[in-house]
Design a binder for this molecule. Structure first.
Ligand code: GLV
Ligand code: MN
Length: 200
């Protein structure tokens, strides 16, 4: 009986550790397709990226395993976000990572919402950092008339991003209008208007 209990406890412990882990730990130094290539180098976030003239006025440039194959199994990645004056990185989540941002220049109003529906927000300035816990909805808004930029660090080689507006209103197979109308307490015509505004 004691043996069974021990086994059950071991299984429980293993599962608990799994639940807290992010990307799996490394099994070897590097795990890339071609170990002789420049799989560990990337210039893609060295300069501000062109911000498309869209309603958001922000541009995220990833530096993750899709761009740097050498990140495979290492459990980290980065991104750079550039903001036009008053630009917004709209509410989104990263299912696989906590995010930490370092403000390169300018000033942002940033925040995340807890699972208790509490907004945790702050105005952050150049040289400061802010943390968005894994899986929680968050956003960043440039509150100034100057361009702003941040560098983001993630504890996943591929954090994944789901932007709420895009996920709900512009998915490839559309979420049925009646579902969205009921969820947001609006009518189906308003759903169409939101969709049109997001896909223009
Ligand atoms: C910022 O929140 C980002 O995900 O790059
Ligand atoms: Mn983010």
């Amino acid at each position: 009986m004691a043996g069974v209990t021990t086994v059950m406890l071991a299984v429980l412990l293993a599962n608990t550790i799994g639940a807290f882990a992010n990307d799996p730990d490394m099994l070897q130094d590097v795990c890339v397709a071609d170990p002789t290539s420049e799989d560990f180098f990337f210039t893609g976030i060295s300069k501000p990226s062109q911000i498309a003239n869209n309603i958001l006025g922000s541009k995220v440039t990833g530096a993750n395993v899709m761009d740097i194959p050498g990140l495979n199994t290492l459990g980290v990645s980065m991104a750079r976000v550039d903001f036009a004056p008053y630009g917004l990185n709209p509410p989104h989540i990263h299912p696989r990572a906590t995010e930490m941002i370092y403000i390169l220049q300018g000033e942002l109003y940033v925040g995340f919402i807890t699972t208790n529906n509490k907004l945790v927000s702050k105005i952050v300035k150049a040289g400061e950092v802010f943390v968005f816990p894994r899986g929680l909805a968050h956003f960043q808004k440039n509150t100034s008339k100057y361009p702003t930029a941040v560098v983001a660090a993630f504890n996943s080689q591929l954090p994944g991003t789901q932007q709420f507006a895009a996920v709900l209103f512009t998915s490839k197979d559309p979420v049925p209008k009646d579902v969205l109308a009921q969820a947001f307490n609006i009518d189906e015509h308003e759903v169409e208007m939101i969709r049109a505004g997001l896909t223009q």
